[in-house]
Design a protein around this ligand. Structure first.
Ligand SMILES: NC(=O)c1ccc[n+]([C@@H]2O[C@H](COP(=O)([O-])OP(=O)(O)OC[C@H]3O[C@@H](n4cnc5c(N)ncnc54)[C@H](OP(=O)(O)O)[C@@H]3O)[C@@H](O)[C@H]2O)c1
Length: 295
């Protein structure tokens, strides 16, 4: 039987490495992963998706059945969407599936518990993440207009050690501080749906084979504040959790800096449609995965 060709854009990234290792075990797939600036990634194809003359022939020659977009740029998210995604949408055959990883950051007002149907809200330009989040909003809209055969996956902060042994930057930085005896302060009233990297990888694998099309919010049932998330992670990792201190952001401060207070996601649909289970934070070293009884 012909293998399904899967093009994983961003296979050198934090989440992309996890997805790459997850899909590598699947014999029904012919996998091509890409990197951009990552060194020594010999098994990956180096491409710049914003460079259309070099990106287009790769798409045409490999002719993927599925494309997974796990790309992010701290400096030029706009170009990824305006050039890279645009080229992809122009060349991708109608019958090929596009899985686009998006973010909770598209809910810029921050009123919380967002469902898939809720309209995106641009992030205030005073927020340093505005270029990134607002480019994602445009990316999602273009995909809906031009390529019905898609899954737009939205996630909050992704954490945990990935299959390549790399930790997310947030927890890695907390570990370094606590080990050095430095206290860390985190907001007790900024809420997110934190999701484990392995669970996202499993869900993407499932979505690749499944029939679900449209938008889907991934993650556990319960939201966490940054403070409670870091505290639980410190405990789970055997670090000095007393070194994690709570701060509170006033509404006026949040408004001034364009910070949405609560971008938590309602993940009920994913829990109903997927086999993948999503653990609550704090189970990093345990085998158990939260059975989401509180849903
Ligand atoms: N991490 C989170 O907490 C989080 C939360 C919400 C949503 N997401 C979404 O999850 C996805 C993966 O995020 P991540 O945290 O894994 O990001 P990441 O570690 O920064 O990885 C980004 C990937 O994009 C590649 N890339 C950047 N510019 C490129 C270009 N011009 N052409 C081709 N490739 C390019 C990078 O390649 P090199 O490394 O080789 O340069 C890398 O493989 C993104 O879509 C992001 O929006 C992540």
């Amino acid at each position: 039987m012909e293998k399904r060709r899967v093009l994983l854009l961003g296979a050198s990234g934090y989440l992309g490495s996890q997805i790459y290792q997850e899909l590598l075990r699947d014999d029904s797939l012919e996998l091509m992963g890409t990197c951009f600036s990552a060194p020594a990634a010999g098994h990956l194809l180096q491409i710049d998706v914003t460079d259309t003359p070099s990106f287009s022939p790769i798409l045409q020659e490999f002719s993927p059945h599925v494309v997974i977009w796990a790309l992010m740029s701290a400096t030029d998210e706009r170009a990824l969407i305006e050039n890279g995604l645009d080229a992809l949408l122009s060349l991708l055959p109608e019958k090929s599936k596009l899985i686009f990883i998006s973010t909770d950051g598209i809910f810029g007002k921050g009123t919380g518990s967002y469902r898939e149907e809720d309209p995106p809200e641009p992030l205030d330009e005073r927020n340093p993440l505005a270029t990134y989040s607002n480019a994602k909003i445009r990316g999602e809209a273009r995909i809906r207009e031009r390529h019905p055969n898609h899954v737009i996956v939205r996630v909050g902060p992704i954490y945990g050690r990935n299959a390549a042994g790399k930790w997310d930057k947030r927890v890695a930085s907390m570990c370094a501080d606590l080990k050095a005896g430095t206290e860390v302060s985190r907001s007790g009233n900024l809420y997110k749906t934190f999701v484990h990297v392995e669970d996202v990888g499993n869900a993407i694998h499932e979505l690749l084979h499944g029939s679900y099309l449209g938008t889907l919010h991934l993650g556990p049932a319960k939201k966490e504040s940054y403070y409670s998330f870091y505290k639980k992670m410190a405990l789970a990792l055997g670090l000095n959790a007393d070194g994690v201190k709570e701060t509170l952001l006033t509404e006026a401060d949040a408004q001034e800096r364009g910070v949405p207070m609560d971008t938590s996601l309602n993940t009920k649909k994913a829990h109903e449609r997927l086999q993948t289970r999503f653990r609550q934070a704090g189970w990093e070293n345990a085998n158990g995965i939260d059975s989401d009884k509180g849903e």
